[in-house]
Design a protein. Structure first.
Length: 352
């Protein structure tokens, strides 16, 4: 009788043990990162203006081995590459204004993780300088995608080959909102949205230099009444007030106010041939090899791009005048050391 009762238990025991083993096997999967010592590194560098600080970097690794399983609306099984997030703080390089994060491209581990994308950015370090209870807003973000997947912020707007260098203009944007409770933010107004998104499959160096124009602050006041035709009002640095339905500042208008150049000069198709590129003389004195006592300056636009065949007129420290055309590399003709430092620099006309 006892033997008969024990028989079903003996058949059930292996099934229970198998189920327990299967469950534990699933739980014991190691999803951690274990980058090999010889993994290639990707270095992300931010050149930081003194008013700003770096945000914590969100780093995402992906795995085709460890899948992420979900179910669709009709119950179908959906598989995607698994993802693993880590968070990194930028480290200042000595006493410089450069901040870096170094990341292994190969995440390793049982899942064979690979670096998929990074999200980082800059914000105001001290929002209180713009008033009481002012909160740091967005606008200085960057997403870089290193594989063929979208990032959590979506796909790339720009694809680049090789290393990635980003140098962009930004303006302080103080915004007030009233509907749903009063809020005041200090954000960064740039040419894109909150995030600039790039795909850089081959990059090993990512360099981001936000150029902050602190003297050109733009203010906005949100509508206080939800009704048709009631828009956000923008007050630009030149005093103009515009409420044209935009939800963010007109970046090209800001560029025009600061530089005096036409707005369409900042578009890709027009930039190279646009008149008045705001020429300037770079301050560095470059000694001329093989010609002791002589050197050159470089003529460039406000972003540091060298300008060839620009007519320059320089007044040296001793009052002597030097004038000519800049060479194809943007350099002046050789000048005697008596021209350094320059007392005055003029660029009367552009030669096309």
């Amino acid at each position: 009788m006892n033997a008969t009762k024990d028989k079903p238990m003996r058949h059930r025991l292996p099934v229970v043990l198998f189920a327990l083993f299967f469950s534990l096997s699933g739980c014991s999967q190691d999803y951690s990162l274990a980058s090999p010592p010889d993994s290639e590194k990707i270095t992300v560098t931010v050149k930081l203006p003194k008013e700003l600080k770096t945000e914590t970097m969100w780093v995402m690794y992906r795995s085709a081995t460890c899948k992420s399983i979900s179910h669709g609306a009709s119950g179908q099984r959906l598989e995607q590459d698994g993802h693993h997030s880590v968070y990194k703080e930028f480290q200042r390089q000595g006493q410089s204004d450069l901040y870096q994060v170094e990341l292994p491209k190969d995440g390793g581990g049982a899942c064979k993780w690979h670096l998929a994308n990074v999200t980082f950015g800059v914000v105001y370090a001290d929002p209180a300088r713009f008033g009481e209870n002012v909160i740091a807003g967005g606008g200085g973000g960057v997403v870089v995608i290193f594989d063929h997947n979208n990032s959590p912020r979506g796909g790339a707007d720009i694809k680049v080959d090789g290393d990635l260098t980003i140098k962009k203009d930004y303006y302080p944007w103080v915004s007030e909102a009233f509907l749903g409770g009063y809020r005041k933010h200090i954000s960064l107004a740039g040419e894109g949205g909150i995030y600039l998104k790039y795909q850089a499959l081959e990059a090993r160096q990512v360099y981001f230099e936000p150029v902050l124009h602190s003297d050109y602050v733009i203010y906005s006041e949100g509508t206080k009444v939800q009704k048709k035709g009631s828009f956000i009002k923008f007050i630009y640095p030149d005093g103009s007030v515009i409420a044209d339905g935009r939800s963010k500042p007109n970046f090209l208008k800001l560029q025009t106010i600061r530089t005096g150049r036409a707005a369409d000069c900042f578009t890709v198709g027009r930039y190279a041939n646009c008149p008045d590129r705001r020429p300037q003389l770079l301050p560095d004195w470059l000694p001329e090899p093989g010609k002791p006592g002589f050197g050159r300056y470089v003529v460039a636009d406000e972003w540091g791009n060298k300008l060839p065949t620009y007519f320059y007129r320089l007044v040296g420290e001793d009052g002597q005048v030097f004038q000519d055309l800049s060479e194809p590399n943007g350099r002046t003709k050789p000048l005697p050391e008596s021209a350094h430092p320059v007392r005055n620099a003029e660029f009367p006309k552009r030669v096309w």
